[in-house]
Ligand binder design. Sequence first.
Ligand code: FMN
Length: 362
Amino acid sequence: MLKTQAFREAFGLAIPIVQAPMAGSNGATLAAAVSGAGGMGSLPCAMLSPDRIREEIAAIRSATANPFNINFFTHTDPLPDEAAQARWRARLRPYYDEMGSDPNALTNAPGRRPFDADACALMEELLPPVISFHFGLPEAGLLRRLKAVGIKIWGCATTVAEARWLAERGVDAVIAQGAEAGGHRGIFLTDDPVRDASKQIGTLALVPQVADAVGDIPVIAAGGIADGRGVLAALVLGASAVQVGTAFLVTPEAATSAVHRAALKTATDDGTAFTNLLSGRPARGLINRVMAELGPISRDAPAFPTAGAALAPLKAKAEAEGRSDFSSVWSGQAASLAVEEPAADVTRRLWAEAEALRQHFL
Ligand SMILES: Cc1cc2nc3c(=O)[nH]c(=O)nc-3n(C[C@H](O)[C@H](O)[C@H](O)COP(=O)(O)O)c2cc1C
């Protein structure tokens, strides 16, 4: 457990468990609970305005003095594509008719903002201890500015090549995101993430190969880890820490929606799939009606993050009736291992289980 010890010292943690940032499903409350328990809480910012980011960081800091992680997406917004949007709406037409929704009275997509110069200036002002990036890294100049003010940088890799790319750019840790993981695949070294959804590598195979590839840079294993067995297995495979998402979705501190919580209650090992229908990029979620009927992968969905706009009115109507037919009910493959208990208890329990198993087996 030497690597784990070094990681804990480097990032000021008592417990080498990172609560995965989960845009739309977690805010300061969950992050503060996990950081307060000695793990690393994370605040996802992809769907937050600058004012909300400021408020949420203040809320974490007022709840705990412990370190926390701020998370951004680094995708490039696509050019407007009216033809693609029209094709997508035509594909969804039967649903609009069934639900009595007007396809032309579309609401805004659930926006996902890429990290930019304004976000960089905000981070220079607020100085979070760590920032993790999904879908690559910001451009070199912005990255230099964050490092210059002492912020530690983590990047997410879904392949060995992505891990090497991140290591060459000087990240302080690589998150190795295996295929079991809930939410968006962090894929970035590809011209076609939708095509590459079928190539995704499981955590068991990815973590040791990434650990071998990046040498001294700590690896944080993510994907399918939801109890102490998963935590210890990831450390044995070469990780210094783990990042856990789905297991925290059922905690009272998570901002998980009612339909999402209800769907997670009956989750099974084979109840999820990769889909690009809900955002435009492949993400693992509980199989819902639109995934079952139109996908789960379809070339008709417009580019990330613009696919969600056309679904928004359908989603709102279905959710009002308690159904997740058109919602992003993101989940990893180990959802059924999740226990409904406070997030601090999850953090401490996973680590206590891993320590007990280590004494038993190693
Ligand atoms: C609901 C949900 C939302 C997510 N949103 C983000 C996000 O905003 N940023 C990010 O880097 N990763 C996001 N992820 C991926 C997680 O960081 C992580 O890779 C994943 O949760 C680990 O797998 P697990 O869910 O099996 O624990 C999300 C995952 C879930 C389940």
